[in-house]
Every structure is written in C-alpha cells, then in structure tokens.
Design a protein around this ligand. Sequence first.
Ligand code: GLA
Length: 379
Amino acid sequence: MKEQIKKAFADHFGGEGILFVSPGRFNLIGEHTDYNGGFVFPGAIDKVIMADIRPNGTDRCRVYSLDLNETAEFGLREEDAPEQQWARYVFGVCREVIKRGGKVEGFDAVFAGNVPLGAGLSSSAALESCFANALNDLFNDNRFPKMELAKIGQSTEHNYCGVNCGIMDQFASVHGKKDHLMRLDCRSGEFEYFPIKLDGYKLVLVDSRVKHELVDSPYNKRRESCERVAKKLGVETLRDADMDMLNAIKDQISEEDYKRAEYVIGEKQRVLDVCDALLKGDLETVGKRMYETHEGLSKLYEVSCEELDYLNDIAKECGVSGSRIMGGGFGGCTVNLVKDELYDNFIETAKRKFNERYGHEPKIYPVIVSDGSRRYVEE
Ligand code: GLA
C-alpha cells in the first residue's frame, strides 16, 4: 500500500509527502454505551488508512483517494465543503481543527486503506484520525492532546457526515496500543490499557459482508431513545440509571424506549464483568457476556440482522466461547472468542453454512491488536 501511495503522490503532485497511518478498531464489549456515558473496551486493529501529505503553500487542499480513483479539491472555509461524501471526512477534520483555534493550511494528499468499508471496523474513524493527527503534526506542533484529536473526528461525524456517534471509534483509532485493549469511561474520559492475554483462545472477526450505513440509519434513532429515557429519569445519561429506576417510569415511556434502555443498563455491567474476568484469565465468563450482549443487541436494541444472528447461531453450534455482533450494527461483523482447538472447524463451518444460505462466504479477519494513529515508520 505504501509504495502505491508514494507512486500516486509523485504522479499527481510530484515529489513526496509525509506518511501517516491510523487503524480501524474492534470492540470486545460495551456496544452503544459510549453516547450513554458508559464504558467501552476496544482495541486498534492491524487494518489502517494511510495518507501521504504535504503542505502546498496555498489555501486549498487537493486530496486523491487511491481506492476510489477520485480527486477532491476544496478551500478551508465553511462554504467550501466538497460534494463527495469521502472528502467531507477530510474537510470536516480541517474545519474542526480550525474551529478549535488550530492552524490548517493548504495541502496535497493521497490516501488509501485496507479497513473494509461498512464492516463495522470504523474505516471512517480511521480516516478522520489519520488526518487529525497529520494536521496536528504538520501545522500545530502536536499541541492538541490525543483525546482532542478523537473529538475532532467525532465532531466531523456530527457536523459534516450526519452520524451522531459516540467517541469510541475515534478514541480507539487514536489511542490504540499493540497487544492492549482500552477500557474507556466515556463519561469522565479516563481510560486504562489492559494487556490482552488469550492463552489458548483466539479472537476473530467474521464479516457477513452485509453493508451497514450509519448515515440515515436507525443509529441516530437509538441514541434519541436513550436520551428520551434519560431525560424522563432526570439523569444526564443512562450511565446514571439502573433497572429499578427504569421500572419506576415504565408506564410513562414507550415499550420500544424501555427495551433500548434495558439493553444499555445491562451492557454497562457486562463491560465491568468482562474486564474483571479478563484480569483473572477467566475467558469463559468473557465469552458468556459476549453472547448476552448479542442477545440484547438483537432482541432489545434491535440493531442485528438475520445474517448476523445466523453467524451467532453457528458460533454456538461450534462451541465457540463467545460471539456477538460488533459496532453500530445493521450488518458488518461478529466478534468471536474461540478456543484454539475449535478454531479451524468454526471457520470452516461458518464459511460453508453461511455460503449455503446466503450465496457468499463471510470474510475472516483474525484480530491483531495494534498501535494507534502515528507517523508511519518502517517496521
Ligand atoms: C458506531 C459509533 C460508535 C458506537 C458504536 C456502537 O461504531 O460510531 O460511537 O456508538 O457504533 O457501540
């Protein structure tokens, strides 16, 4: 990927820029909890967006997407927003840096990636984090702290891309650390690195290749449900709610909102349980909680789909310790915790059975927990 990017840069703009990379993420547990002030437990993965960038001494940006073979050119004022959706991510990041008092000047850039699109692995967060980190480095002496870079990406989604997302994806892309998961308290912003020890087990993503699109998806609706319930309860977010409180207002909210909140309240505890279990090396408990999360996401939060429920059933049949839909939902991947000795059979069975029913095989990505946003250095 690096050579192709360098070549495309030379062809389009002449010479070369500085390379930056940012990863996609997976999440062990803690889904749809970030915008509810709860906990998430993600890690960065080995699939990245890579960009070669060079200031061009003007007030315009020229960005070439190698994967799409498309160029976008835009200025840096609000009214200069480009048409192409992909370019709005880059433009949005520029604007959000400027809004925070940062400096952005014109630049030329070429980028490409191997984070599968629409698979729930946060390709958009990887793109935002890559540019946020690059602009911080090239124009701002790295004065923005990492968490601010994550917020720049998140605000880009809110203000330029129509997704009212939480902070998890951008946080994970920016802060990722090889062989570590991160437990983030989304209310306080505090987080801890957890070394990931999987003695005798593997983590693997099974991608249904059902595309999910969070823009105009019911994602924003889920968030609205949660906010309505929190308001009714008189708390800032559902982080501060428990089942007794929820039951006390049951007849004042819709059945649907009740189910959404019930899921979120359950998930809050599951993340904490999983962290404890992981520290004790009790991976069977980790797995059990993952199945419970799947059940909640499917039946209460209703962000699963037939294909993902089927993958979850196959996992159960194969004796996989834990399996659940991952990310925003409505398609994408399941994350699976599998004993080494069951791994090959699970992968083979998932491919075969899924193919028999849906006419294509799922894609398999072993989870390799990797570093976050950085200037690219040869490894
Ligand atoms: C998407 C959002 C995140 C988070 C997850 C669900 O990936 O971007 O902020 O809400 O869905 O956990």
